[in-house]
Design a protein around this ligand. Structure first.
Ligand code: F6P
Length: 490
């Protein structure tokens, strides 16, 4: 069951009474990020990525608190309310951002968990800081949680938090959800601290993954590297004295989006007009194609550009008839592999546009920005073809957002088989992004899809996401956590 619905006064009351919260979400980032004073606005902007997209609507409807980093180094803030949510900031120094966030989280774990598309780096100093920060998050959570509260820890940056939290507060009910893939044991084996990570996760009562494969990979790693006995997705976890402390369960809970919110926006007159304006500004081409990604090497942006560039070269696509919009939102800009990727992507876009642009038409409209959800929905409405070509992706919520916005059942989704979303959206035009010829063929199929065929596929996929929205995801996870606690207690 979801925790109690929000009572407008309850945040204040709880804080004043100091009783703590009975539901807490813990993630590396808070849903809002600090904006430098030099930029306009109220000092906050929405944090990047799918995690916030999925959890913000859940938290908006519940009476709990969110523990996380507020995005600025060397700044300590008190807890505060924002957008109907109680936020508890965890401070990080500049050095900790470098070692824990940019280093261990995004230059060790991120590439390791995404099929080693980039080479992971293993540094003991990074690992030490990762442990320190995970302990700090656990302490902040332990201090904020009411007796027997439910705590839901999120993602790969905080894999040690469940174990630390259980040591500090054995009364808590602890869930963990991994938003990214969990690698097969053969790859996970490279991590020098693999046993500690598994022990960290096993501190949770329920460990959620995007796909059954991810849950299976985790359980096989627990068996292989800890000698754990795994039965029916469960591990009996022992304390230091060798007694069974609890049973941890690992299972798939595919994440989703707030479908209603996107559908409502897609029906708004001003957003429909904005979509028409976007097409008009591109010279009203017959086909608008769209890619929307964080600028990350896992997203297969270079593969997509290569395929599109070749289609233009071959003459299968003409700049007068088609335009590709590529939104690449800035991400992890101080990590070396991200800097190199940006150079490569921007060099490729420049070359393609330099070759094919005319005074009236552009081959690729490249936008290195983040946009508010209203503008994103206008882009989804403007696009006939959505290109999701990730080399590996835990889920890919952009694919689901596109489907949610297509309320009139038109449009085509080209979807990488290496996304979690591919397990569910079977009617998409499935691609292996490494196969450039196959990708080109699928892009052409999408461009030329008959309205009847497009409608058939779109209706089936939309039915799926309407039935499986983010509320159902969180309900399923939290119900499973509740049920498990009842079973374990009896
Ligand atoms: O879903 C993966 C994820 O790493 C989230 O944990 C994170 O919030 C999002 O992508 C964006 O990444 P970052 O916080 O590093 O900008």
């Amino acid at each position: 069951m979801l925790p109690e619905p929000k009572n407008p006064e309850s945040t204040e009351q709880r804080t004043n009474q100091g009783t703590g919260y009975d539901f807490i979400v813990v993630s590396n980032r808070l849903p809002v990020d600090r904006v430098p004073d030099s930029e306009p606005g109220d000092g906050w902007r929405r944090s990047p990525g799918g995690l916030v997209t999925a959890l913000a609507p859940v938290m908006n409807k519940t009476d709990g608190a969110w523990v996380g980093w507020h995005g600025a180094p060397d700044e300590t803030l008190d807890a505060f309310d924002h957008d109907n949510m109680r936020l508890i900031p965890v401070p990080l120094t500049e050095h900790e951002v470098e070692f824990y966030y940019e280093g261990f989280s995004n230059a060790t774990l991120w590439p390791l968990y995404h099929d080693v598309i980039a080479q992971p780096e293993f540094h003991r100093t990074w690992w030490d800081t990762y442990r320190t920060i995970n302990r700090r998050f656990a302490e902040a959570t332990a201090a904020a949680a009411d007796q027997n509260a439910t705590v839901w820890v999120q993602d790969y940056q905080l894999q040690l938090v469940p174990q630390y939290l259980r040591e500090m507060r054995p009364d808590l009910r602890i869930g963990f959800f991994n938003h990214i893939p969990f690698p097969p044991p053969e790859i996970f084996a490279q991590l020098p601290w693999r046993r500690s990570i598994i022990n960290g996760l096993l501190g949770a009562d329920l460990i959620g993954f995007q796909r059954p494969n991810d849950a299976g990979n985790f359980l096989r790693s627990a068996r292989r590297f800890l000698g754990a006995s795994v039965k029916q997705k469960q591990v009996h976890v022992r304390d230091a004295a060798g007694n069974i402390s609890h049973i941890a369960r690992a299972e798939a809970f595919p994440i989703s989006i707030d479908v209603n919110q996107i559908q409502e926006l897609a029906r708004r007159e001003d957003i429909i007009e904005r979509a028409a304006q976007i097409r008009h500004d591109l010279g009203n081409p017959r086909t608008v194609l769209l890619g929307v990604d964080r600028l990350d090497y896992t997203k297969g942006i270079t593969h997509r550009l290569k395929a599109y560039g070749e289609l233009l070269t071959d003459g299968d696509v003409k700049v007068e008839n088609a335009a590709l919009i590529q939104v690449a939102s800035p991400s992890r800009e101080r990590v070396e592999s991200y800097r190199l990727l940006r150079e490569e992507v921007e060099g490729t876009v420049g070359r393609i546009n330099g070759t094919f642009d005319t005074m009236q038409n552009t081959a690729i409209r490249y936008l290195h920005h983040s946009y508010p959800i209203e503008e994103m929905v206008a882009l989804y409405l403007a696009a006939d073809v959505m290109l999701v070509t990730a080399l590996r992706d835990g889920m890919n919520l952009v694919a689901k957002e596109y489907l949610a916005a297509r309320v009139n059942n038109t449009g085509a989704l080209v979807l990488s088989e290496f996304t979690g979303a591919a397990d569910q959206l079977r009617q998409a035009l499935m691609v292996n992004p490494h196969d450039i010829d196959g990708l080109k063929e699928s892009i052409m199929t999408a461009i030329n899809l008959s309205p009847a065929e497009a409608g058939r596929r779109m209706r089936a996929m939309r039915r799926h996401i309407v039935d499986h929205d983010v509320e159902r995801w969180s309900q399923d996870f939290l119900n499973a956590l509740d049920q498990k606690a009842i079973r374990d207690d009896s």
